[in-house]
Design a protein around this ligand. Structure first.
Ligand SMILES: *Cc1c(COP(=O)(O)O)cnc(C)c1O
Length: 379
């Protein structure tokens, strides 16, 4: 082997950029929390909640323990406020991370799984009408891989039907709509470390213009209590701790530039991946509406492609190999009335053909070129 052909290694994702861009600020943020002697529901959490609400252009943000809790608590709060009832149906994309479906179940609601549009991997708006029944009360949109779903069309649809609309934005921090900010009832975020905005542990938030909903989510995450030792609701313990809040507060000012780097890498991938065996998803008309949490490619010989890339030192992952309706956790759920769906051939095709290639603000131009070259060499 020639020495010039040293095998490269491109990790699927690296968090090196955090240290690179924040340096000692991270340690200082954590030190400030340690010195404050106040670790739960203090000034750092409040400061982050205010900053993130403002960043999202919304009135309120409530920090919670993780993304699953953010989803579950915003749905439960809507039930408490009488806007939905247990047993109501909520439309969810069939090709999502399992947490979206788990949250609907945890709130006592029935997920109705709907196929994606194959181009975007997001909810196919044309299928919404057929998916609705007398019991359908809401749509829980997922902005999968960081691409905003077609919110104008979805909002139009829910308006004519009198439905609620919620967002799972666990993969889409900072993705921006054009023009007027079409509002959903409430949006759930995850700050899992590898998300576009990630903590250094678990974290999540509910962001909304609905102050009543925000208030109930806040109580639910604190044992259902607004006033110490007085319990209004049957709540849980789910709070964003001060250390995570301080880290998120330090990282937030960098989110837009990190997303811009992802968008830059994505445009190179879209322009330069030229292999008839490999399909990419197109850049949306408004490039800022996609923050490329994941860069998916699709290939009928996906497993072979993954192995081939591995021999070239390119790490990949699959999002997701088993769709929620095929999970053991949901065996029998349809016949028990706890889940509703028809045949899902597109969702199953995505699970069979999807491969996520390296993406993230740590990637160098050389690494991007090497990944492209490697994919184009697959025959
Ligand atoms: C990560 C993720 C979640 C769950 O977030 P956690 O903080 O890990 O609980 C929910 N939905 C989607 C689409 C996700 O990617």
């Amino acid at each position: 082997m020639l020495f010039s052909q040293v095998m490269k290694h491109v990790p699927f994702y690296s968090l090196d950029y955090v240290e690179r861009d924040l340096g000692s600020l991270l340690g200082e943020s954590v030190d400030a929390v340690i010195k404050s002697n106040w670790y739960i529901r203090g000034s750092h959490c409040t400061a982050f909640e205010e900053a993130f609400a403002a960043y999202c252009g919304k009135k309120a943000c409530v920090g919670v323990g993780n993304g699953l809790d953010a989803l579950t608590l915003m749905l439960k709060a809507s039930i408490i406020l009488g806007r939905m009832a247990e047993g109501d149906e909520v439309i969810v994309p069939a090709n999502t991370f399992v947490a979206t479906v788990l949250a609907v179940r945890a709130a006592g609601l029935v997920p109705v799984l709907v196929e994606p549009a194959i181009e975007t991997c997001n909810l196919d708006v044309a299928r919404l009408a057929d998916a609705c029944s007398q019991k359908t009360r809401a749509i829980l949109v997922v902005h999968l891989y960081g691409r905003l779903a077609d919110m104008p069309a979805i909002c139009e649809f829910v308006k004519t039907r009198g439905l609620l609309v919620f967002e799972d934005a666990a993969q889409s921090h900072g993705a921006a709509l054009d023009g007027n900010n079409l509002s959903s009832n409430s949006t759930a975020y995850s700050f899992y470390p590898t998300k576009n905005l990630g903590a250094m542990g678990d974290g999540g938030a509910v962001v909304t213009d609905d102050l009543e909903l925000a208030q109930v989510v806040r109580s639910l995450g604190n044992y259902g209590s607004e006033q110490k030792y007085v319990n209004k609701y049957v709540g849980v313990n789910s709070r964003l701790d001060e250390i995570q809040a301080a880290i998120l507060l330090a990282k937030l000012p960098h989110l837009d530039s990190w997303n811009a780097r992802r968008q830059e890498i994505a445009s190179r991938y879209c322009a330069e991946i030229r292999n008839p065996l490999v399909r990419v998803t197109p850049i949306p008309a408004n490039p800022r509406s996609h923050v490329w949490h994941v860069f998916p490619v699709f290939c009928d010989r996906r497993d072979e492609l993954q192995k081939f890339l591995k021999t070239r030192g390119v790490e990949t992952l699959i999002h997701y190999p088993i769709p929620p309706h095929k999970q053991e956790a949901f065996v029998g759920a349809v016949s028990r009335g706890e889940l509703r769906h028809g045949p899902l051939p597109l969702t199953e095709e995505l699970a069979r053909t999807e491969l996520s290639i390296p993406m993230g603000p740590s990637m160098t131009d050389d690494q991007v070129a090497y990944v492209v070259e490697s994919i184009n060499a697959f025959i």
